[in-house]
Design a protein around this ligand. Structure first.
Ligand SMILES: Nc1ncnc2c1ncn2[C@@H]1O[C@H](COP(=O)(O)OP(=O)(O)OP(=O)(O)O)[C@@H](O)[C@H]1O
Length: 307
């Protein structure tokens, strides 16, 4: 499978501050690559370099085989970017917005009409061609942005928080279209999001912190690496219950958060049957779950993604 993004020993410093240390990763054709990290980790810096908006101070990056420093125009032709904030002109219709983008990207005049029809079909907005964007719902605007990002047939689509600010139903809808794109058009996607449930969609995830890539793998393997099961326990006296657990059981991790004891154990079946028999403090609730991406993120960075 060809490599669409190849990042080698990437470095970026702002004066004496090293924002990206020595990053290495690659993204294969057709992959959805999730790029996560706490605030200030160096994500925007990396994305800005990958999309030719910022010059690196060291290392090399190629997109679709083109160097982001030496071949900027070729790189720009190869990528589409869906920004967090709305960048559509609300006073124009969908068609006018798309036409403007065609001009901007040098889509030949003779091909514009067909391309516009094609991308609007992908995001189910064919009927809204002549509607003013200010009349669009939030979800429709996002979909139009995605359509616009596809007009010049990019090989890689950068999605920077594509569903931020949307209600859950609209978020789900936007994701349907993004997945459709992956299936039908085989577009490679580079995704940043603060919604870890959305990051699950990624084929692979990289976690960046303090300018370093600290983990990179499939969501499943990242969760498996954490190992164990998480038992969430509530009792009438959590402090005492924690002391009891600590004294009587081999646990991997034991924390109290928001009135719930989080107990990580190797094997929940063995633990729970023994735990229920042994605990003196009255139990009010017990829930067993597998590690989530939230747990992965917390374990690697020591922080919640929204801190
Ligand atoms: N132009 C700049 N000059 C100096 N420092 C900068 C500049 N841009 C970013 N930084 C610093 O580099 C580090 C990485 O910033 P960056 O914006 O890449 O992080 P991020 O992971 O995108 O964070 P967020 O999720 O908050 O957007 C931060 O400590 C930031 O303060």
């Amino acid at each position: 499978m060809p490599m669409l993004i190849d990042v080698q020993n990437l470095k970026k410093s702002y004066k004496s501050f090293q924002a990206v240390n020595d990053s290495n990763f690659h993204v294969k054709e057709g992959e959805i690559f999730g790029f996560l990290g706490p605030n200030g980790a160096g994500k925007s810096t990396t994305i800005n370099i990958l999309s030719t908006m910022l010059q690196p101070t060291g290392g090399s990056v190629t997109i679709n085989g083109y160097d982001v420093v030496k071949d900027q125009n070729r790189v720009r032709e190869s990528i589409g970017i869906i920004f967090q904030q709305n960048t559509l002109d609300e006073k124009l219709t969908a068609k006018e917005n798309l036409k403007l983008h065609c001009k901007f990207y040098g889509v030949p005049r003779s091909k514009r009409k067909a391309r516009i029809r094609e991308v609007l079909e992908i995001v189910d907005l064919t009927d809204s061609l002549n509607l003013l964007v200010e009349k669009f719902s939030g979800g429709m605007q996002r979909r139009l942005e995605i359509a616009r990002g596809l007009l010049h047939y990019p090989k890689v689509l950068f999605l920077d928080e594509p569903t931020v600010g949307l209600d859950p139903q609209t978020r789900a809808h936007v994701w349907e279209y993004i997945l459709k794109l992956k299936e039908k058009e085989n577009i490679t996607m580079f995704l940043t999001t603060h919604y870890l449930d959305e990051a699950e969609i990624s084929d692979r995830i990289a976690i960046m912190d303090h300018g370093d890539i600290i983990a990179i793998d499939t969501p499943k393997s990242l969760k498996q690496q954490l190992g164990g099961d998480i038992i969430e326990i509530t009792t009438t006296d959590n402090e005492t219950a924690m002391e009891e657990i600590d004294a009587a059981f081999e646990v991997i991790d034991l924390t109290l958060k928001d009135g719930v004891i989080h107990c990580k154990v190797e094997n929940s079946d063995a633990f729970v049957s023994e735990f229920i028999k042994t605990l003196q403090t009255p139990l009010t609730g017990l829930d067993i779950r597998k590690p989530t991406l939230n747990d992965v993120f917390l374990s690697f960075t020591g922080r919640e993604i929204r801190d």
